[in-house]
Design a protein around this ligand. Structure first.
Ligand code: OSB
Ligand code: MG
Length: 385
């Protein structure tokens, strides 16, 4: 395997209009935001990664601006001039910085793309080289679609029908107190046989156990993150009372967290967002843990641009990812995206893993610059003091 020397790292902060907003129990942001990381090697190669974040600390504690500060002032200086033989060396190089997982993940992702390219490989194959048992990635990845809270049940049912017509075979709906049982009942009434799951984004507490137990009647694939964003223990008390499998999202930040959650019985399924756990190195450890414990795993999303989507799709092609992932087709999110070609939904609710080297999509510089100008327009510079 070839090594690379990190010569320069550039950050592009963007804002993009979304084709469809995603309203969750914590609200909706009107624009998609992200930091696109561009790493240049001394060998003349370029790698791209995405720091997928919101402008508000609503999903997790980081924001675009905290990630910019941490990346520019602490992470980049630890990497410049370093020669690495694998991106799995990055967490150790960044060890002096605690937390800030999304920020590290964006940087590490750019190095995964760069090093896959340096070795002339698709990112999916390069990931597979880091698995103990030379596992083969799949060429197509099963995906579903995540639909936000709508104005009315009618609007929700219409939107589900639209997604089913497009070919999505797994529907995830966002719920919140007051938008749950009636919703599930209406959806099941209209679509008795679809593969359906709900995502609460931490909207409930243990006081709601009796209420949540009523969801068991709807034959859900899973319920995602019903309780607090920083809780593991109380989820184990809820899971003991619930037939519906709990899937953890917000509260799992590492392989260690997931090991604890499994030991406690806090959940049966994991939504792995590589960005939330600090990158693909930690994601590979979690993938391994899921394979060893026979735990269902899927890859979640943060409304990524083509850059983050392509890398997540490559990861989702690994054999330990056993359930449909939240990686929908490009037209669900952007028109146009900053990368080409777009991802198009194929037969059996699947997306094709790109065949080119690295992430296998090309960043369109003009669109990237336009999206960065939009960020500056919406978020004028405000001195901190
Ligand atoms: O909870 O899974 C979530 C998007 C942003 C933040 C949190 C979540 C989501 C999604 C969208 O559900 C998944 C996607 O990228 O399509
Ligand atoms: Mg979620």
């Amino acid at each position: 395997m070839k090594s690379v020397t990190i010569q320069d790292i550039k950050l592009h902060v963007l804002a993009m209009p979304l084709v469809e907003l995603l309203k969750t129990s914590f609200g909706a942001e009107p624009q998609k935001s992200a930091i696109i990381v561009e790493v240049l090697s001394s060998e003349g190669l370029t790698g791209w990664g995405e720091t997928a974040l919101k402008t508000k600390p609503s999903y997790g504690s980081e924001t675009i601006l905290t990630a910019l500060h941490i990346t520019r002032d602490f992470l980049i200086p630890s990497l410049l001039g370093k020669t690495i033989a694998s991106p799995t060396e990055v967490p150790e190089l960044l060890r002096a910085v605690r937390g800030n997982h999304h920020a590290r993940a964006g940087l590490e992702a750019a190095l995964w793309d760069l090093m896959a390219k340096a070795n002339g490989m698709r990112l999916a194959d390069y990931f597979a080289c880091h698995l103990p048992a030379q596992a083969r990635p799949r060429d197509d990845v099963q995906v579903g679609v995540s639909i936000g809270i709508q104005e009315s049940l009618d609007a929700q049912l219409t939107l589900i029908q639209k997604r089913l017509d497009e070919g999505y075979q797994r529907i995830k709906l966002k719920i919140a107190p007051g938008w749950d049982l009636e919703l599930a009942s209406a959806v099941r009434g209209r679509f008795p046989d679809i593969t359906l799951m709900l995502d609460a984004n931490s909207a409930y507490t243990l006081k709601d156990i009796e209420h949540l137990k009523q969801l068991d009647q709807f034959g859900l694939l899973m319920i995602e993150q019903p309780l607090a964003y920083d809780d593991i223990y109380e989820h184990s008390l809820l899971q003991a009372q619930l037939r519906t499998p709990i899937c953890l999202d917000e509260s799992i930040y590492s392989a260690q967290d997931w090991r604890i959650a499994l030991e406690l019985g806090a959940g049966k399924i994991l939504n792995l967002k590589p960005t939330r756990v600090g990158g693909y190195s930690e994601s590979l450890k979690i993938h391994q843990l899921c394979v060893e414990t026979n735990t269902p795993l899927w890859i979640g999303g943060m409304l990524e641009t083509g850059v983050g989507r392509a890398a997540n799709l490559a990861f989702a092609s690994l054999p330990g990812v056993t359930l449909p992932s939240d990686i929908s087709a490009t037209d669900r999110y952007f028109d146009p995206d900053i990368a080409e070609p777009p991802f198009v939904l194929g037969a059996g609710s699947s997306l094709k893993v790109p065949s080119g080297p690295g992430i296998g999509v090309d960043v369109q510089r003009d669109r990237l610059e336009e999206a960065c100008a939009r960020w500056r327009e919406i978020n004028p510079f405000k001195p901190l003091f």
